[in-house]
Design a protein around this ligand. Structure first.
Ligand SMILES: [Zn+2]
Length: 332
């Protein structure tokens, strides 16, 4: 099978985290900002643990200042995704980086991002939707501004609300206000949980934020009761194996629980998280899963079906995606 060309659904991709190093270098050059410290000798992003990763990530974001920068960034990441067969992608967009939580500024950034998404749909055939995202380590009051931005701009394009950032700062429950506001605006809900904070953070996410999806969620593997609860509630895991290995949560892919999670009956999906940071693409994620766990067309079809069912878009869009996935992922 030609994995690169086969259609894929991606649910967990951070807009700024997907910025290719060359793109960030070019903007730094244009704006006369010195970012040499965040790149290694090969020109890749450099970090050696999760905290350094967050610092590098936020340093790279310094060059993203204007709506036009985000227009170019959106185009750039959608080109990469389309090259790897992605036909539908839900992208985390944070008002913290787009106008600092100011609603008027946010609308301008969002319009630029949506315009780039519309043009990519026209000429690359990729559908993008936005998940407005608060950043956990910036605290609940800044998250509140993000949720106001989300609720005020909910649309066919802005379809979800999520939380990223440092999972070890505060609790999921500190952000209940923001998630309730997003819920009332009809947005789908997801949060990073069970990447660093253990199974307990997954329990809190389900109880306090009532999310239907978990960013990563992999540490649920340590709690069989919670696995049962997640299966009963049809919770979907946005698993990003390359990210987890790159950040040292698992030594290599063979130690990663993704296959066990899938076999336990959980709804597993596969995404790249911040692909250039982790030297990955959707194609290489799939190739690695095929090589290490013998995943075949039927399993790839299943994880893409899972992703469609868990997507925050409308039913009409889901039917179109299902048809493409079902007809392409067949054994030859
Ligand atoms: Zn993430």
């Amino acid at each position: 099978m030609n994995i690169r060309k086969l259609p894929k659904i991606e649910l967990h991709l951070h807009l700024e985290g997907a910025a290719p190093p060359n793109f960030i270098r070019q903007l730094a050059f244009e704006k006369n900002i010195d970012l040499t410290q965040i790149f290694n000798a090969n020109g890749d992003y450099c970090f050696s643990n999760f905290n350094e990763f967050l610092a590098t990530y936020e340093a790279a974001c310094q060059v993203l200042k204007e709506p036009e920068d985000f227009h170019r960034l959106t185009r750039s990441i959608l080109e990469k995704s389309a090259e790897n067969g992605v036909i539908y992608t839900e992208v985390f967009i944070s008002p913290d980086f787009c106008g600092g939580g100011d609603l008027t500024a946010w609308k301008e950034y969002l319009a630029a991002i949506e315009e780039a998404a519309n043009s990519a749909k026209e000429d690359l055939g990729i559908e993008m939707r936005g998940i407005v995202t608060c950043i956990r380590h910036n605290g609940p009051s800044i998250a509140k501004k993000a949720s106001i931005c989300a609720a005020e701009t909910a649309s066919n394009f802005v379809i979800g609300f999520g939380m990223g950032g440092d999972e070890l700062v505060g609790t999921q429950g500190d952000f209940t206000y923001s998630f309730n506001m997003a819920d009332e605006a009809g947005l789908g809900l997801t949060t990073h949980a069970g990447e660093w904070g253990g199974a307990e953070s997954v329990r809190q996410a389900l109880q306090d934020l009532r999310v239907t999806r978990l960013g990563h969620g992999i540490q649920i593997i340590d709690d069989t009761n919670l696995i049962r609860e997640a299966i009963d509630k049809k919770i979907t895991l946005e698993v990003c194996p390359g990210s987890n290995v790159s950040l040292g949560i698992f030594e290599n892919l063979s130690m990663h629980p993704i296959n066990s999670l899938l076999k336990s009956g959980l709804l597993v999906t596969v995404s790249t998280d911040d692909p250039p940071f982790f030297n990955t693409t959707m194609t290489s994620e799939y190739n690695n899963l095929r090589d290490v766990f013998d995943w075949d067309e039927d399993i790839f079809k299943l994880i893409n079906q899972n992703a469609i069912h868990a997507a925050f878009c409308g039913e009409e869009q889901k039917l179109i995606l299902l048809e493409r996935i079902n007809s392409a992922w067949t054994k030859t």
